[in-house]
Design a binder for this molecule. Sequence first.
Ligand code: ADP
Ligand code: MG
Ligand code: MG
Length: 932
Amino acid sequence: MAKTPKYVYFFGGGKADGNESMKDLLGGKGANLAEMAGHPDLRLPVPPGFTITTEVCTYFYKNGRKYPPELKSQVDAAMAKVEKLLGRKFGDPENPLLVSVRSGARRSMPGMMETVLNVGLTSKTINGLIKQSGGNERFAYDAYRRLIMMYSDVVMEKAEGIEPKDGKGIRKILDERLEEVKHQKGYKSDTDLTVDDLKALVEEFKAKVQEVLGKPFPDDPQEQLWGAIGAVFLSWNGKRAVEYRRIEKIPDEWGTAVNVQSMVFGNMGDDSATGVAFTRNPATGEPIFYGEYLINAQGEDVVAGIRTPAPINEESANDQSRHLPTLKQLMPKIYKELDDIRKRLEKHYKDMLDIEFTIEKGKLYMLQCRVGKRNGTAAVRIAVDMYKEKLIDADTAVLRVAPNQLVELLLPMLDPKAELATHPIAKGLPAGPGGAVGRVVFTSKDAVEWASRGEKVVLVREETSPEDVDGMHKAQAILTSKGGMTSHAALVARGWGKCCIVGCGDIEIADDNKSFRTKKGDVVVKEGDWISLNGTKGLVYVGQLPLIDVDIEHNKYLAEFMKLVDKARVLKVRTNADTPKDAAQAVKFGAEGIGLFRTEHMFYGEGSDKPLFLLRKMIVSKTTEERRKALDELFPYVKNDVKATLEVMEGRPVTIRLLDPPLHEFVPHDEEKLAILANELGVDIAELKKRAESLRENNPMLGHRGVRLGITYPEITEMQVRAILEAAAELIKDGKKAIPEIMIPVTCTPAELVHQKAIVDKVASEVKAKFNLNKLPFMYGTMIEIPRAALVANKMAEIAEFFSFGTNDLTQMGFGFSRDDIGSFLPDYLNNKILKDDPFQTIDQEGIGELIKIGIERGRSTRADLKVGICGEHGGDPESVKFCHRVGMNYVSCSPFRVPIARLAAAHAAIEEKKAMAAKGAKASKKKCAKK
Ligand code: ADP
Ligand code: MG
Ligand code: MG
């Protein structure tokens, strides 16, 4: 007979059934509660309780929302253990045990799911609770009204899917009533409510629940318990949770665990408190204990930003909280105990943690710990510091920062000069660094709508809630008037590395949600107005301040971190750059060469008038004679363009692609330009139009472009190659270094390469003679971007010395998806899960990746030292970079600003490979696996 599965894991009294490694089964919260409670190195004061596994959640959804039959008895047994430890009984009127029912998925989803506190409190058990608290009636009724508020909302309304009347849920109705009573009595804070007020409120609330929801508030502890457990499971499929999972790419199948834990009370009076903290500063990474707490409050109060939380120590104080007493001052012994726990936890977990604690009548309890979310700046500093503290090794330090987390260290900030020239209208807390500029919107819905029209927006709110996630995601930045560094807005923005200012008490949002006003300066900012935020300092400006690039060379921690990164990686990282300026920027970011220099760039944008005119002249030429003349005139422009970039790269390899786009892209359409051109060529407009017309193609992307131009008009190739090689020769003559790599685009057969090679060889010997050089180093290679080229790569490599996979076109031609028209159907493909990702953003490893693998294998079968790289958007995508490492490319190439990201991704790939090999080796030699 099969063994009964274990669905319930107990923790408490220095022991635990589970541990930290069981996150999949127990969820993050449950696994860490078990670790804190039961690990011999820790055995922290955790209120006893038990975890119902994620398997039960899966079972629940597979079996028509029913529990496995064994669950009830396992829960009863675990509850009995808790009761025994505490000497209280769940539901006992004399000496009742109360519990919290808490959700906890594998990966934390802050505030996304529901938690109910004080479960087990009824009209019968309340007297027992009063007795336990030493006669504190006020506390007991405060706990009771909280239970009714949470339970009626989370369990009776949301979980049961009852649609709120007039769009106003029971929570809001009860909240408003509470505010009304406070107002009538002239109270400032919840803590002013008297016993009688609370008693009356409890009765009123119960009646309201019956009236609004049509059923009584349950007075039976077991009914409350199972109702709350069910609500947690149901909340896994709630709208907010589903939305968050979609953004964070968390699989729907994971499910959540449920933690049932004995209550401790931070609201038993002034010797009680509750708080949240980070073992290091999560915004800067500074190794300083950082947190907030509230006296006489229950957990939710701190995170919800109802009262301004006080700092646990001076270092955690901000402008809003500086006047409040710190925990260190108020309860020095407890602070010390907490600080010790902080040190033990960091030593044990070897990471920065985020903790929740509660103090009940002068005794400290730990309610949660998990690896803390941090922004990129903090991630880098913490990794470097912990490496130096010898808590972690170099590889671990490198793995601690996700490649995309570097984005925010490389992203623009407000120009400090512009900031100096104006005055901020308001100051808040710097929750997410960097600069952002956008137009003000006041609702998440507007943020989504405006952003979908291509508007840059800043979402301004009093505070955010999980319902706002979508809009927060779409906004350039978030600004809230309330809430602290641990508020919802701060946590979520920090996770995304988004510019964010919270707790900006200087601004007041109008009731109609159409404007905000500064309290002092009386500036009014309306919906749609531009504002600029300095998220590093928490400053708000009116108008559009210029954004500038950050100075990564002077970021000490980043520099140290990138040293570790470069030691770990094998794959080289180049950049795609077409101008000396971009090239120089990329070198600063660590680029080791240029993987794609597009010659056609000189015909676009600033300073392109003259070369473009000459190009056009060449294009509409009718005879070789005419064309040669135009090419001769164009030659010096191309040569100088190439030379400037080669010079900046100081001998690093530069891959120069010959003209790629279809010619008709350059044909002028406006009359005036046509007239000038006609005049220059000595033909009339009608004739010119005819020539232009003849260039039109039905499908230009598959038309006369790339190498095909060079086959039809060898003189075009000849001119370009001469320009490139003379540029190099001139630099060499000047005693400088230059290594151009000539790259032929859009090839599909080796014969094309042979044809073009003859021109290259001829020009090379001419240039050598002209400059009197016996050596002129350069390479000759090709893009691999047509599937056929990948398949015949062994033959291509007979001529080509290097391959560069042009994955944009390879994806386009491999899928048969037009890059330019994909917008009309890609969303449907993603929504229907026909494709997992946009293949133009991250390499489709299954199909296009296979073409790449084949190309490399076959290419190297002919030429063992074939140099292989990738250019195109994928070169900066971390997942694609890792793929490139695995298939043995020599380098990736990406836009300048993504170079550090690609370097880090390449290091991750190398370390992951090393680890996988070590694990394999360990297995093979049957030695015991290195323990995690
Ligand atoms: P979240 O996952 O949203 O952080 P939690 O399960 O941590 O939700 O619960 C929310 C709050 O309730 C926490 O801040 C915690 O302090 C408080 N809380 C949870 N369980 C207990 C308990 N057993 N005793 C006292 N407070 C609790
Ligand atoms: Mg929590
Ligand atoms: Mg291409």
